[in-house]
Design a protein around this ligand. Structure first.
Ligand SMILES: [Fe+2]
Length: 462
């Protein structure tokens, strides 16, 4: 059978909502009504259930989707270990080193010979996919689309993708997602996908793999029922499928290469039918995307600024209430009006670890330019490692005339924040060759003493 060509308008249609129960059928009548698994599903399809939580998870956490597809996913020869790894070129490069130093990286290289999977590099992480605990933080760099008739999935966790440059055209079992810089997407554990680079443009960005739980919207508390990332702005694909199969599962006209990341090792198999053969689906476990430009930023209108948790887009809770395995936090353009307030981030040491990246523009607490914090680069401030504005940013903010001002125009920094101490890989420390050796000295070596002994000065309010 020929591969279906997709109409562009239909290809990039979406359903709106977060953690909603959704359904989509690419062919009318493909979804059974009032049944999940009829004796003979409509149109000769197979019913297949994909669960994202234990069957018995509480109703408010329970995630599952029913897929109605041409052939079931199990119809493939056994997987064999792959010669290449998605996280490094050798096991030693993915070994984690736990060090207290503040780290900052120059922009990571654009790689011309890699695709999305072969261009994934683990930079830092904690925990263990086999125990479903922890997370991995990645840089990806792709110079090519994934080859035709290939697909990838991770059994290790949900992948949050943060493009920094280049558009990702992602074909998933659930339909298509077009994800541009300043948008993010999440591909849950187990879902197969293929990443195409439209018009051959190079792509680079950041990613976080979540080994435990799933992302949720943060509680709003006294903020009320709207604000931050609003549920209706999350977008999920509509069903789209290809017809590429033979008379039986193992007798098809073409070969598809399926790769899986399983406990951070890569395995592959070759099957004789397209994995993108889901004609209809219904459930609440699906891939989705979000436009960061729609984030409703909230801050102080009197003095001091709130903790950066006010900028949380998505949160992946640990088993301890209010403590995240991973928060995804952004610092978008916003107005600052605080009176008698040091407006950039204060100096701090956190029990959480903070991995930051810059999608575009500059960041108000760090200078850009060569050797600075620039788009495509990153920084890591691990558990209890002190950090804060560099000397120029501090002195500038200390002496600035305080008036309403817009900060971060054309800019968006983000943070992967975790309650876990994260280790850094050899790739991150050495192989990538982007670590800034002079980070501490450049940032804080020139911090001045302002101590005024004995003047008895107190600020208003003390
Ligand atoms: Fe911080």
């Amino acid at each position: 059978m020929p591969v279906t060509k997709f109409d562009v308008e239909e290809k990039y249609s979406y359903q709106n909502g977060f953690d909603s129960y959704m359904e989509s059928e690419a062919v009318q009548g493909a979804l059974p009504i009032g049944h999940n698994s009829p004796q003979k599903p409509p149109l000769g399809l197979y019913a297949e259930k994909l669960s994202g939580t234990a069957f018995t998870a509480p109703r408010h956490e329970n995630k599952q989707t029913w897929l109605y597809r041409i052939l079931p996913s199990c119809a493939h020869p056994p997987f064999v270990a792959s010669a290449s790894s998605p996280i490094s070129s050798s096991d030693s490069e993915s070994k984690l080193h736990y060090i207290p130093n503040q780290l900052r990286w120059d922009p990571f290289d654009h790689e011309s010979t890699t695709d999305f999977v072969s261009g994934l590099h683990l930079v830092a992480g904690a925990g263990d996919p086999t125990l479903k605990q922890g997370l991995g933080m990645y840089i990806y760099s792709a110079g090519q689309s994934m080859p035709e008739k290939t697909a990838y999935y991770s059994a290790d966790g949900d992948l949050l993708i943060v493009p920094q440059s280049g558009v990702l055209d992602i074909q998933t079992e659930f339909g298509f997602l077009l994800v541009r810089p300043m948008e993010i997407c999440i591909i849950p554990r187990g879902i197969k996908y293929r990443v195409v680079l439209p018009e051959g443009q190079e792509a680079r960005g950041y990613a976080l793999e979540l080994y435990q739980n799933h992302f949720i919207l943060p509680e709003l508390g006294p903020i009320g029922s709207n604000g931050l990332a609003n549920a209706r702005d999350f977008q999920t694909p509509v069903a789209a499928f290809e017809e590429d199969f033979g008379t039986t599962a193992f007798d098809g006209p073409s070969s598809w290469s399926i790769k899986v990341k399983f406990n951070n090792s890569l395995f592959e198999t070759t099957q004789k039918h397209s994995p993108f053969d889901v004609v209809a689906w219904h459930g609440n476990y699906y891939p989705y995307k979000y436009d960061l430009g729609r984030f409703n930023t909230i801050g102080s209108i009197s003095f001091d600024h709130p903790d950066p948790s006010i900028f949380t887009v998505l949160s992946a809770p640990s088993d301890k209430v209010g403590t995240a395995v991973a928060d995804f936090v952004i610092f978008p353009p916003r107005w600052l009006v605080g009176e008698d307030t040091f407006r950039p981030p204060w100096y701090h040491r956190n029990t959480m670890s903070e991995f930051m990246g810059l999608i575009q523009g500059g960041y108000d607490a760090k200078k850009g330019g060569k050797g600075g914090f620039v788009p495509g680069g990153a920084s890591l401030h691990n558990v209890m490692s002190g950090h804060g504005p560099d000397v120029d940013s501090y002195e500038g903010a200390r002496n600035a005339e305080l008036k309403p001002m817009k900060v971060g125009e054309g800019s968006c920094a983000f943070m992967f924040e975790s309650c876990l101490m994260v280790g850094v890989t050899d790739w991150g420390l050495k192989t990538c060759r982007k670590v800034q050796a002079e980070y501490n000295e450049h940032s804080w070596g020139g911090v001045k003493v302002h101590w005024e002994r004995g003047t008895g000065k107190k600020t208003e309010g003390q």
